[in-house]
Design a protein around this ligand. Structure first.
Ligand code: HEC
Length: 154
């Protein structure tokens, strides 16, 4: 009798564990940048036009002289295309910069990059990142995938 109960609760636990893994895997699918998801990329393009293009440029070209600090000591908005350094950073760092501003990864750093944590949902942040990544040449996309892989090995 007790053996039966133990066996039964074991089966229930196993079932629960399976449900948990499926739910977590689904969550992982919904979150994250995915430049091959056409719907996500086009939603991201809209977010980019509405919130980012005014500084980072309609064609992701950034502001003129973006490498030279302005009189107030702050940097202009860099390009998000392959001429900038957005692709030097792994996805999770880019996500945090967009959500929290640059001070999210460099505490105390003063910058004109706004924090979007209360203006965009996490899904919208992943969408805009997917759009930006979809505009990179294949070669840069591959290099960036390696940067992501290396960042997650640490
Ligand atoms: C008001 C102007 C402005 C707007 C609007 C803006 N940014 Fe920025 N962004 C900046 C500036 C300026 C920097 C450079 C900050 C620094 O390094 O001091 C920056 C930096 C970044 C970086 C880091 C790039 C790198 O290589 O270090 C990312 C990523 C970024 N912005 C994404 C976005 C996204 C996505 C949006 C729209 C949701 C957006 N920004 C809207 C001004 C802006």
């Amino acid at each position: 009798m007790t053996r039966k109960i133990v066996g039964l609760s074991g089966a229930v636990l196993l079932g629960l564990a399976l449900v948990f893994f499926i739910v977590m895997a689904k969550k992982g699918e919904d979150q994250g940048a995915n430049l091959t998801d056409a719907k996500l990329v086009s939603a991201g393009e809209q977010v980019y036009r509405d919130h980012c293009a005014s500084c980072h440029g309609a064609n992701l070209e950034g502001q003129p002289d973006w490498q030279a600090r302005k009189k107030d000591g702050r940097l202009p908005a860099p390009p998000h295309d392959e001429t900038g350094h957005t692709w030097h950073h792994p996805d999770d760092a880019l996500f945090r910069i967009i959500k929290e501003g640059v001070s999210g990864i460099v505490p105390g750093y003063e910058s004109d990059m706004p924090a979007y944590g209360d203006k965009l949902t996490e899904q919208e942040i992943w969408a805009v990142l997917s759009f930006i990544k979809s505009r990179w040449p294949r070669r840069i996309q591959e290099t960036h995938a390696n940067i992501n892989r290396r960042a997650h090995q640490k």
